[in-house]
Design a binder for this molecule. Structure first.
Ligand SMILES: *[C@@H]1O[C@H](CO)[C@@H](O)[C@H](O)[C@H]1NC(C)=O
Ligand SMILES: *[C@@H]1O[C@H](CO)[C@@H](O)[C@H](O)[C@H]1NC(C)=O
Ligand SMILES: *[C@@H]1O[C@H](CO)[C@@H](O)[C@H](O)[C@H]1NC(C)=O
Ligand SMILES: *[C@@H]1O[C@H](CO)[C@@H](O)[C@H](O)[C@H]1NC(C)=O
Length: 395
């Protein structure tokens, strides 16, 4: 399997590379531009130079990072550009500094802004976050840390076969983007690493995430306000806190989330695991989540396999006693099977002032310690069909 996959990725990379190198446009090899692959000398300015050339070209252009380890302090790749097909083709590894002070005042390690037509193919980006996680876990005062890959205000993006490991904070963020396709992405951060969401999507539409394998210390995929037409298929999540829509409703005025699908995916539990979650702050907001579809999902010892939590209020600050204004509606759960690590496998805890409506459960079988698990409903309306175990508590 793994061998086949790497062979496939390798051949496809080769094809892509030759397509670009021979058929169209230019290729800038960062080593030819002076980058050293010793993992110590900062290649940020070489990448920046390559980007300036690529962005200024009127033809499709590839920036090629060959095999080897390249140290990158931090880079912003900014558009708009004169062509709409720039590829960053990575055969080697980009590594961040392991010194937590280096990115202390930087929110993003690798950042792309205002581009139309961007591909990031192959390779490894290594955020070297372990020292920062240790600092955070020790309770000392530490820098926030940087997100490894931030893509802002960008259209027509392909991310293909990229591995993000040990990000200090969120691994990959898509913010304010349209038409983004991610395939064969892999994320790996320790199961107890703080705030290392695998992929975060917000204010974006038409995003697909396929065939990706995510293991991390926070949400495998988190979905923020203003997301629509998001399709996730064949995702393996674990360790991690599951796929989560939210937290929504942090702000009073907020864009909603609609048309989100998770299909044919597997969740493997850890102590903090979750399956599919919709989560909102317990405070006033005009936010919403609607037309959400979870189908063909396997849960393997997952804490909270199916959960809607509309009472999120960390540290009981700025919301205790308040009800969530976020409206959750039209959510379907179909063909979800496996084992729960908590007795309550289905937990709908919806807002007392804004009930969840049109929830639907179909063909569910979740067990807890070899017995049928339990379902809990608060303010949750909807229907069940097929065989649903634990039996539905929807009103
Ligand atoms: C990218 O988006 C982030 C989050 O919205 C923002 O903080 C940052 O300033 C943006 N960068 C640019 C160059 O627009
Ligand atoms: C998103 O996809 C929908 C449906 O395929 C399409 O109608 C719409 O134009 C797309 N939006 C953008 C911004 O490309
Ligand atoms: C699912 O994704 C994995 C990679 O995580 C891939 O190896 C496998 O071929 C994909 N399955 C399908 C049916 O596409
Ligand atoms: C919902 O999103 C999917 C892609 O994720 C798209 O194909 C479909 O057209 C969208 N539906 C609507 C009603 O926009």
């Amino acid at each position: 399997m793994a061998l086949l996959r790497s062979l496939h990725v390798f051949l496809s990379l080769l094809l892509l590379f030759f397509n670009h190198a021979l058929a169209v446009g230019f290729t800038f090899n960062i080593v030819s531009l002076g980058a050293k692959s010793d993992g110590k000398i900062d290649v940020s300015s070489v990448l920046q130079t390559a980007w300036a050339k690529a962005c200024d070209s009127s033809k499709p252009t590839t920036i090629y990072v060959p095999k080897g380890i390249f140290y990158v302090r931090s880079v912003s790749f900014n558009g708009p550009c004169k062509n709409n097909a720039i590829t960053l083709l990575i055969d080697g590894t980009l590594v961040a500094s392991s010194n937590i002070q280096v990115l202390a005042r930087t929110k993003f390690w690798l950042e792309f802004n205002h581009i139309n037509g961007l591909s990031i193919v192959g390779g490894v980006i290594d955020g070297q976050g372990t020292a920062l996680w240790d600092c955070k876990r020790s309770g000392k005062s530490c820098p926030n840390g940087a997100r490894s890959l931030q893509i802002n205000d960008t259209k027509n993006v392909n991310i293909w076969g990229l591995s993000s490991i040990n990000s200090q904070m969120f691994n990959i963020v898509v913010d304010g983007c349209q038409n983004v396709h991610m395939t064969g992405v892999s994320v790996s951060s320790a199961g107890d690493s703080p705030n290392t969401d695998g992929i975060h999507v917000q204010q974006s539409s038409n995003v697909t995430i396929l065939n990706s394998n995510i293991g991390t210390g926070d949400d495998c995929i988190s979905i923020g306000p203003g997301t629509s037409n998001l399709w996730m298929e064949n995702i393996t999540c674990g360790p991690g806190h599951g796929i989560s829509i939210g937290s929504l409703g942090k702000r009073t005025e907020e864009d909603g989330v609609h048309n989100v699908t998770v299909i044919s995916s597997t969740f493997t539990g850890t102590q903090n695991g979750n399956g599919v979650r919709i989560k909102s702050w317990g405070r006033p907001s005009n936010g919403f989540a609607t037309k959400v579809h979870f189908q063909r999902i396997i849960m393997d010892n997952v804490k909270n396999p199916i959960i809607i939590d509309e009472n999120y209020c960390p540290h009981h600050k700025n919301c205790p006693g308040q009800a969530s204004g976020v409206k959750v509606s039209d959510v379907t759960y179909e063909d979800i099977k496996g084992t729960s690590a908590t007795e309550i496998a289905i937990n709908f805890d919806c807002s007392p002032i804004n009930h969840c409506t049109r929830l639907s459960l179909k063909d569910i079988k979740l067990t807890y310690e070899n017995q049928i698990a339990q379902a809990s409903c608060k303010n949750a309306d909807g229907i069940a069909s097929g065989v649903v175990e634990p039996s539905s508590c929807l009103a």
